[in-house]
Design a binder for this molecule. Structure first.
Ligand SMILES: [Fe+2]
Ligand SMILES: [Fe+2]
Length: 440
C-alpha cells in the first residue's frame, strides 16, 4: 500500500475530528468530513487490516515512518498520545459507524478514567482495535503499593502474634515462641530481598501498645546489624526472636502505674530471662539477650555483674537496635530525634554504652541519609528517603511536596543521583505535620 493512502486517511481523520468540534452531526460539512474519512479508511483496508502506530509524537504505518509534513499529522499523533493510544487497527469490515465513533471518542477530553478501547466497545465500534500505551511509571507505582500493603500486613501479623504471646505469658507464664519464629522468618525473607522496605516498616509506631511496636522495630534494626555482619540465616532467626522478646520481662508490670515504671525498668531484664529460661527449645539466646541488653559496654548498666563479664554479641546488637528505636520514637512529651540525629547519638554512645564495631556496622548499613529521613532537595521539593541510592549522598527519595510546597496527589520516587538533585537539609517531619510511616 502506498504511503499516500495512509496519509490521506490521517488528514481525513484530523478533518473529521475538527468537524465534530465545529458542526452539529446534521451539518453538511460534518457529513462530508465523515464520508471522506469513511472512504479513506476503506481504501486503507483494501489489502487487509491497517494499523496506525504512534511513538514519541511520530506516526507509523506498522514500522514505516509516515511523513509528518501532511496536514493533521501532528494533531492526530498528539490526540492519540493524549488518549494513551499506542496503535489503532482498522479491520477490513470497518464501517462508517466505526469511523464516526472513533472520531467522537478521540474528540472527548482525555482523562485518566477514559479508556479509548473500552469506550469504542461500549459504543459498538467493533472493527477498530486499539492498544493502549503502557504507563510503566503507573504500573511500577501500583506494584510498589501492592508490595507495601503486603509488608504492612506482615508487620500487623507480627503485632498480632506478639500480642497473643504477651497475653499468654501474662496468664500462664508459658513462652511458646514457635509462631514468632515463623513471622521473624517472613520479615527476614523480605529483608534479604529489600532491606529498605523493611527499614521503612520500622518507622511505624503505635499510639497505644508502644511496647509491641518497639519490640518489632528493635527486631528489624537488630536484623539489619546481623545481616550486615554476615550472620547466616539460622543465626538471624535466633537473633530476631531474641530481639523481639528482649523486653518481655515488662509483662510482669503495669507500666501505666508510675510506681511500677522504675521497677519495670531495672527488673525487666532479669524477669524476662526467667520467663525465657522456660523456653522448651535448646536456644538460650533469647534468655541471654533479655538478661544482657541493658548492660553497657563500659560495665555500667544493669543487672550488675562481675568485672570482666562478657556479653553475648547478640545482646550488644539488640542494645544498639533498642537505643536507635527509642531515640527515633516520639515520646509522650513529643520529642524524637530524626534518623540522622539518632545516628550521631549512637556514635557518641560508643564511648560508653554501645559496642563500637557493631554500632559502626549499623550506621554504615543505614547510610548518611537513613530510610525515613525527610529531606529538602536542591529544587526545593520535599520527600522521604525510601532507599539507598547510587551513592551514600544520593538516596532514592519518595517526593511528598513539590517545589512550590504543595502536597503531591500521587507520590513519585526519584533517584537523586540520576536526576542530579542534591539534598539541602534534613527536615523535622513534625514541622511539616508529616507522619513518615504513612509515606513508606
Ligand atoms: Fe529493655
Ligand atoms: Fe527495649
Amino acid at each position: 500500500m502506498e504511503e499516500r493512502v495512509a496519509l490521506e486517511m490521517i488528514t481525513a481523520l484530523s478533518a473529521a475530528r475538527k468537524a465534530t468540534h465545529l458542526y452539529p452531526p446534521a451539518h453538511p460539512k460534518y457529513q462530508q468530513a465523515v464520508a471522506e474519512l469513511t472512504a479513506a479508511v476503506h481504501e486503507c483496508v483494501l489489502e487487509g487490516p491497517f494499523t496506525l502506530n504512534v511513538h514519541l509524537g511520530r506516526l507509523y504505518q506498522d514500522s514505516r515512518v509516515l511523513s509528518s509534513e501532511v496536514s493533521g499529522s501532528h494533531a492526530i499523533a498528539e490526540a492519540l498520545e493524549a488518549h494513551r493510544v499506542e496503535s489503532i487497527t482498522f479491520e477490513p469490515d470497518v464501517s462508517e459507524h466505526d469511523a464516526i465513533t472513533l472520531v467522537e471518542v478521540l474528540a472527548m477530553r482525555p482523562t485518566p478514567s477514559l479508556d479509548v478501547a473500552e469506550e469504542l466497545e461500549r459504543r459498538g465500534a467493533t472493527a477498530i482495535v486499539v492498544a493502549a500505551i503502557v504507563d510503566e511509571e503507573a504500573e511500577e507505582a501500583e506494584e510498589r503499593d501492592r508490595i507495601r500493603e503486603q509488608d504492612r500486613a506482615l508487620y500487623k501479623r507480627l503485632l498480632g502474634v506478639l500480642r497473643t504471646l504477651t497475653a499468654r505469658i501474662q496468664q500462664t507464664g508459658d513462652p511458646n515462641v514457635g509462631e514468632a519464629g515463623m513471622v521473624v522468618e517472613g520479615i527476614l525473607a523480605r529483608l534479604m530481598d529489600d532491606s529498605a522496605a523493611v527499614l521503612g516498616l520500622a518507622t511505624m509506631n503505635g499510639q497505644s501498645e508502644t511496647n509491641l511496636f518497639h519490640s518489632i522495630n528493635t527486631m528489624i534494626y537488630a536484623l539489619i546489624v546481623g545481616n550486615e555482619l554476615g550472620i547466616p540465616e539460622e543465626g538471624l532467626t535466633s537473633l530476631g526472636v531474641a530481639a523481639l522478646l528482649h523486653d518481655i520481662g515488662k509483662v510482669a508490670f503495669d507500666t501505666t502505674d508510675p510506681a511500677q515504671v522504675e521497677q519495670a525498668r531495672y527488673l525487666h531484664p532479669k524477669i524476662g530471662a526467667d520467663i525465657l529460661s522456660r523456653l522448651p527449645e535448646q536456644d538460650r539466646t533469647p534468655m541471654l539477650v533479655a538478661y544482657e541488653h541493658h548492660m553497657a559496654a563500659d560495665g555500667s548498666g544493669y543487672p550488675e555483674r562481675e568485672a570482666g563479664y562478657v556479653t553475648h554479641p547478640y545482646s550488644r546488637m539488640v542494645a544498639i537496635a533498642d537505643r536507635y528505636d527509642r531515640l527515633t520514637t516520639v515520646k509522650p512529651e513529643g520529642f524524637a530525634m530524626t534518623p540522622d540525629q539518632a545516628v550521631i547519638q549512637l556514635l557518641r554512645d560508643t564511648a560508653s554504652l554501645l559496642d563500637q564495631t557493631l554500632t559502626r556496622l549499623f550506621v554504615k548499613s543505614l547510610g548518611v541519609f537513613p530510610v525515613g529521613c525527610v529531606v529538602r532537595l536542591t529544587d526545593h521539593s520535599v520527600g522521604v528517603v525510601c532507599a539507598r541510592g547510587a551513592d551514600s549522598l544520593h538516596p532514592r527519595v519518595r517526593l511528598m511536596y513539590d517545589a512550590d510546597g504543595l502536597l503531591l496527589e500521587s507520590e513519585r520516587e526519584i533517584e537523586t543521583a540520576e536526576a542530579e538533585i542534591g539534598i539541602v537539609e534534613i527536615v523535622d517531619p513534625e514541622s511539616l505535620a508529616v507522619t513518615v510511616s504513612d509515606h513508606l
